[in-house]
Design a binder for this molecule. Structure first.
Ligand SMILES: [Zn+2]
Ligand SMILES: [Zn+2]
Length: 245
């Protein structure tokens, strides 16, 4: 209900008043348009340099994936993961606006934070291209766009790397996975991605982009498909990370 009230308030404000910040509800500064105010963006909690990309904890020396022992995902096909910080306000508000309120503009700020989080890792800086985790075509038709593709496109602009669409498709619509445990989620998403342009990824290092890292099952399944299609390496990148429950 609060979400609905917020999105209604946003829409009304856009018509009648300068827009309000979706995170702090204050009026946006003059001349500033967008869903999240600069003060909220500045206050976004970011991981300390070198800390776990899911919980912010200590990463053992030599751990390649940038995850602590508790957050590591056995048999995860991605060589590493980077996220700017936790799935908390205002990034959680921004992701929600991006996914459910048709506020595509927030992809710009999110993508810039993701690029900053990726640049510090030499493997990401040297990667060949970005690929977004695709939505099922029916879901994308409903929403009108794939939020992960918007993020990948912005990261690609900042990092000067291509972010082509149409490399991977989702052949099965899995619906929400919130009621499933980690093992069930992994089985639920196994084999749901098909690489339709293996020529585009063969021998390449791919940064695989999604909005939020949750269990990692969906990103992992898509990463597996890319590796099976001949990608040299897959590096995951998300706008935020949820704790592994
Ligand atoms: Zn704000
Ligand atoms: Zn951790």
């Amino acid at each position: 209900m609060l979400r609905l009230a917020r999105s209604l308030a946003d829409s009304l404000a856009d018509f009648v008043f300068p827009p309000f910040c979706a995170a702090c509800q204050r009026r946006m500064p003059d001349g500033q348009r967008g869903a999240i105010c600069p003060a909220c963006w500045d206050g976004f909690p970011r991981w300390e340099h070198g800390s776990c990309q899911r919980c912010g904890g200590t990463v053992p020396a030599g751990a390649a994936a940038a995850l602590c022992d508790a957050c590591s995902m056995p048999d995860w096909p991605c060589a590493a993961v980077r996220t700017p910080g936790p799935f908390a306000a205002p990034v959680s508000d921004a992701v929600h606006l991006l996914k459910y309120s048709d506020r595509r503009g927030v992809a710009k700020a999110l993508g810039e934070m993701m690029a900053a989080a990726a640049w510090v890792d030499p493997a990401y800086a040297a990667a060949d291209m970005l690929v977004a985790v695709p939505l099922h075509p029916a879901r994308q038709r409903d929403r009108g766009y794939n939020q992960a593709q918007l993020l990948a496109a912005r990261v690609g602009e900042v990092m000067a790397k291509p972010a082509p669409e149409g490399i991977v498709t989702r052949i099965r619509n899995t619906g929400t996975q919130t009621a499933l445990d980690r093992r069930e989620r992994r089985e639920n998403v196994s084999g749901i991605f098909l690489v339709t342009r293996p020529d585009a990824v063969r021998g390449r290092t791919v940064i695989l982009v999604d909005d939020v890292l949750t269990t990692g099952a969906t990103i992992g399944s898509c990463g597996r498909a890319l590796l099976d299609a001949g990608a040299a390496s897959v590096l995951a990148l998300a706008a935020a990370a949820a704790p592994l429950s």
